[in-house]
Design a protein around this ligand. Structure first.
Ligand code: HDE
Length: 730
């Protein structure tokens, strides 16, 4: 078995915990070791196969060659059918206060307990090698290694879902995946099959608004909210249950990139989110989220305009506030992508005593799917023995054998009840921590049907749209115009316009204009084409009530945290002759505020400052791109300014940063570089601070003022107002 090496390199910032200690016995480190076969025989030569003579044929006898090639031939396993592309990190979770009034889950009742976690973020539709910046939902799956076994909160970065019943999931995924005849397009919903399906499935209207919003283009996994989506149950020690919705609230705020930027990033750095997460953790800038819960007492189940069991609905925070009950910190990158990130197996059915399910039909179907998929993906029923999946507490039961069994179970019995082994392992009493399912009363007929309380498909879609800021609304309109513009079949576009008109006529009108179409008048009962063969269309007709809430602030990203610039990436453009004071004053201020600053020069190697100091740039214009940065600064220094002004890449860098609404700062001496950009003429003649903050551009000779205002500007994230008029040549 693998061994512990005293020389194992652990970055100083990385934190250890109980799960990390348990994983340690599986870690292999070859530093200073001799090469062996898988059976421990030392290898003398693994670069030349065994041949009959120097120029002769390779001999079948060569067990070293055969083992090496055979293992290689089997290195790949099936990728996840959805959420194939992901990145993960280790961390810890701590609850703030004892939650035992609501739940008996021990890890939520002891503020002193630190629970190890492993979190995997993912896109949904793309395959393993696809880009991070696809317009898509993001998976947000958390495995808590609690003292009562594993609890998996397998959520997304959007609080609702496309469909109301798990039986439709294969249809949804077949529709969004690349089309089956030509396997195109990869990691994109902008194609006929997806919108063909969606336009006949009005229950997806709410989720479509989320998926077409900026939420689908996160700036970073570290800047996304997470949601458990379904309504779950908390159950306390007395057996009293309440409904609960889970939330993750990122302490860095919720931020997005622009669609044009996302498309560019996909080319310049398809690993953008993966790298961002990895780099932040390596640098010790540990991402943090607060765990939030919305609690609904059992007796209030029917108090809402929507059904708590309907996964296309959220509970507006105005109706039930989110209580923040604990904090999660990700503080260690995995040692091995395959062994950990790829082999981790989440399951929405992994719950601990005190957390239970509701009858949400989407949740119920998921309970079946996750084990089923792991059986083939991870090769058999023993995937729970893979180190990353093992709980930190012991496992004892009568399950035995199967492919790749690791545990060597002692004794004669593998059944219960047994007399031979005194009936061990014994079932656990509830008082000893045994899981007891919530005693919900069910008295019903078997029926394939949906409750009418699920049929309002539009009021929350409208609530979401109405809650967005103007730039966010524009982005939704642009996104839908883009996606439907990529759809070839006119009847699909038209059907979709009819659906959108149910949400908001203005929204549908703008998209119809972009598509050069009219909105067809399709009555509500005609919109839903997902009805059973013997179903009556009228029985399945959507309803479209007004909804009593006009707006919900929490649904917009506009009011998110904007008070710091921690981990934001800032570019400083420089060339030979740069004024080193101008460069370092701004750089030092940004670094002191926690930003990551890169100097970008016409070439790599060294540049020489005005004062003859050697400066080593981090990137050249060839290796860097403005889309990989949040803001840009141009320091002074006559020669540097003259070089940058004449350098098309530098001017393009600034133009693009402007187009993507980013903060731009320049030393007064570098004004010529700005003058070479197309946007300069838009600047007001006097750079008063208020104007500067609105426009996100500052030019000043006072480095102190410049640096501190630049920090404020970067914290605001983006200046979306600049998109009007939205015709920008970059
Ligand atoms: Fe999943 N989902 N899902 N899902 N899901 C999978 O399990 C499934 C749904 C989510 O990082 C699969 O191990 C069905 C909602 C995440 O490893 C599979 C339905 C939500 C991940 C599966 C849903 C999710 C998955 C594929 C409809 C948000 C990635 C590989 C009822 C609450 C976990 C795997 C990771 C993965 C089935 C809907 C979240 C096939 C049948 C809703 C974050 O089992």
């Amino acid at each position: 078995m693998a061994k512990k090496s005293s020389e194992k390199k652990v970055a100083p910032v990385q934190q250890e915990n109980e799960k990390a200690a348990k994983l340690e016995s599986f870690v292999a480190d070859s530093t200073g070791e001799l090469m062996t076969t898988n059976h421990g025989v030392k290898i003398n030569d693994d670069q030349n196969s065994l041949k009959a003579g120097e120029r002769g044929a390779t001999l079948l006898e060569d067990f070293i060659l055969r083992e090496k090639i055979t293992h290689f031939d089997h290195e790949r396993i099936p990728e996840r059918i959805v959420h194939a592309r992901g990145s993960a990190a280790h961390g810890v979770f701590k609850v703030y206060e004892d939650m035992s009034e609501l739940t008996r889950a021990a890890f939520l009742c002891d503020p002193g307990a630190e629970t190890p976690v492993f979190v995997r973020f993912s896109t949904v539709a793309g395959s393993r090698g696809s880009t991070d910046l696809a317009r898509d939902v993001r998976g947000f799956a958390v495995k808590f290694y609690t003292q009562e076994g594993n609890f998996d909160l397998v959520g997304n970065n959007m609080p609702v879902f496309f469909i109301q019943d798990a039986v439709k999931f294969p249809d949804l995924i077949h529709a969004v995946k690349p089309e089956p005849d030509n396997e195109m397009p990869q990691a994109a919903s902008a194609h006929d099959t997806f919108w063909d399906f969606i336009s006949q499935m009005p229950e997806s209207a709410h989720m479509i608004m989320w998926a077409m919003s900026d939420r689908a283009l996160p700036r970073s996994y570290r800047m996304m909210e997470g949601f458990g989506v379904h309504t779950f149950r908390f159950v306390n020690a007395k057996g009293v249950s309440s409904f609960v919705k889970f939330h993750w609230k990122p302490l860095l705020g919720v931020h997005a990139v622009a669609w044009d930027e996302a498309q560019n990033i996909s080319g310049k750095d398809p690993d953008y989110h993966r790298r961002d997460l990895w780099d932040a953790i390596e640098a010790g800038a540990f991402p943090e989220w607060e765990l939030g819960v919305q609690i609904v007492p059992e007796e209030d189940e029917f108090k809402f305009e929507f059904d708590l069991l309907d996964p296309t609905k959220l509970i507006p925070e105005e109706l039930v506030p989110v209580q923040r009950i604990g904090k999660m910190t990700l503080n260690r990158n995995p040692d091995n992508f395959f062994a950990e990130t790829e082999q981790v197996a989440f399951h929405v059915g992994h719950v601990v005593p005190g957390i239970d399910f509701t009858n949400d039909p989407l949740l119920q179907g998921r309970l079946f799917s996750y084990t089923d998929t792991q059986l083939i993906r991870l090769g058999g029923p023993n995937f729970h023995e893979i180190p990353i999946n093992r709980p930190v507490v012991p496992v004892h039961n009568n399950q035995r054998d199967g492919h790749m069994r690791q545990t060597i179970n002692r004794g004669k019995t593998s059944y219960g009840p047994n007399g031979i082994a005194a009936n061990d392992p014994q079932q656990a009493k509830a008082a000893d921590g045994g899981f007891v399912s919530y005693n919900e009363r069910i008295d019903a007929r078997k029926i394939r049907a949906r409750s009418r309380s699920f049929f309002d498909h539009f009021s929350q879609a409208r609530l979401f749209f109405n809650s967005q800021s103007d730039p966010e609304k524009n982005h939704i309109i642009d996104a839908l115009s883009f996606e439907l513009g990529k759809v070839k079949a006119v009847e699909i576009r038209e059907r979709m316009l009819a659906v959108l008109a149910q949400i908001d006529k203005g929204l549908a009108g703008e998209i119809a204009f972009a598509l050069g179409l009219h909105i067809p008048k399709i009555p509500l009962e005609e919109l839903n084409n997902s009805i059973p063969a013997d179903g009556d269309r009228a029985d399945y007709a959507s309803t479209n009530p007004e909804g009593s809430l006009a707006k919900s602030e929490a649904l917009s990203m506009a009011g998110t945290i904007k008070d710091n610039i921690k981990t934001r990436k800032i570019a400083i453009l420089a060339a030979d002759g740069v004024d080193e004071k101008s460069l370092s004053k701004v750089k030092d201020t940004l670094v002191a505020e926690g930003a990551v600053v890169h100097i970008i020069a016409p070439k790599l190697g060294e540049i020489t400052s005005k004062g003859d100091k050697k400066i080593v740039p981090d990137e050249s214009f060839l290796t860097a791109a403005s889309v990989l940065y949040d803001a840009v600064y141009v320091p002074g220094g006559g020669n540097s300014v003259a070089t940058l002004e004449a350098e098309a890449n530098a001017v393009h860098f600034l133009n693009e940063a402007f187009k993507h609404c980013k903060a731009i700062a320049a030393d007064d001496e570098a004004i010529q570089v700005l003058e070479s950009t197309y946007f300069f003429k838009k600047l007001p003649a006097d750079y008063a601070k208020e104007t500067v903050l609105r426009e996100g551009i500052i030019v000043s000779a006072d480095f102190n003022e410049l640096a501190s205002t630049f920090v404020e500007m970067i914290a605001l994230h983006r200046f979306w107002e600049r998109e009007n008029p939205r015709k920008i040549p970059a």
